[in-house]
Design a binder for this molecule. Sequence first.
Ligand SMILES: *[C@@H]1O[C@H](CO)[C@@H](O)[C@H](O)[C@H]1NC(C)=O
Ligand SMILES: *[C@@H]1O[C@H](CO)[C@@H](O)[C@H](O)[C@H]1NC(C)=O
Length: 342
Amino acid sequence: MAAMAFVARARKTAILLLFLVLHDGCVGARPLDVAEALAKAKDVSVGKVGSNVKSFNVLDYGAKADGKKDSSINFIRTFKAACNFHGDAMMVIPEGDFLIGPVIFSGPCFNPSSLIIQANGMVKAQSDISYYTGGADGTDWITFQSLKNGLILSGDGTFHGQGAHTWKYNDCAHKSKCVRLPAVSFELPIGSLGHYDDEADVSKISVINSTLKGTTNGARIKTYKTDSPSKASDITFKDLIMDRVANPIIIDQEYGNRASTQESRVSISDIHFENIKGTSESKIAVKLICSKLNPCRGVQVKNVNLQYVGRPNDPRPFSSNCTNAKVTYSGIQRPPPCTPGS
Ligand SMILES: *[C@@H]1O[C@H](CO)[C@@H](O)[C@H](O)[C@H]1NC(C)=O
Ligand SMILES: *[C@@H]1O[C@H](CO)[C@@H](O)[C@H](O)[C@H]1NC(C)=O
């Protein structure tokens, strides 16, 4: 069992809490359970961290808080130092403006319990799209991967995707050939769900109290079509603010190869989207696209209040798309929910 928490407090603008337990038999490390991770995330956000936790501050690894110098390599070095430390560790992003391009924070880590990232600064994405064009499907901005022992991300900081406003011409909602805008992604065990053969099931992830600003995807679960069978369940996205997000709520089981006729073999169940408000750059703000082979079960959508702020001349209605998904709705629904049977 491993735990991952991506915690954030929405104070000024951003941030998040995410928590996840993987069903893998990791040896030696003691992962946190969900309640422990949430409690720890709160402690981190108010500066209460035990003296047994060693801090690794990005400034000590050469990052500049001037919003101009690219600090990608410094963030990666800081992460590596914290991750390779054989004790409890916390990567610290202090107040200030930091500019980074695409980075991958990759484990496995040597810390006995979940690595903590305390983010109080403003982390901005390089706004030149050429940074994100690698690979068939583009490159994400921040990727967490192979963190078998989990991650707690907490703080008052902001992760600002920068580009979405200016990159509207790269409109993946309308075109099949497009450059995806960068996103923050969690590749949980190894790779995105369903990408590799040996991956673990993923459950108990919470992303709470966060603001996502100018990113491609808000609350997202993606699985590849060319999949080994695995499960994603008990995942909660709650109390989130979307600020000009391209796809605020999305389950995408067609990820990776839209043209392929192969269906994803990842089964998705017990997914909760609750109290999600803000602005969407896409007319189809809620996309729940599941696999024909494994329809999504137990998807709950509660209190979603989004407003369209994309291109003014898009003729389509502000709407939801549910494909192969059983969805239960409650509370306010903007866009309107999928019609039964669709
Ligand atoms: C979420 O934010 C509220 C208001 O800032 C705060 O009281 C609460 O503790 C936060 N929850 C977590 C899990 O950080
Ligand atoms: C909903 O999504 C599915 C899968 O991508 C697509 O085939 C379908 O055309 C979409 N429906 C609408 C009304 O956009």
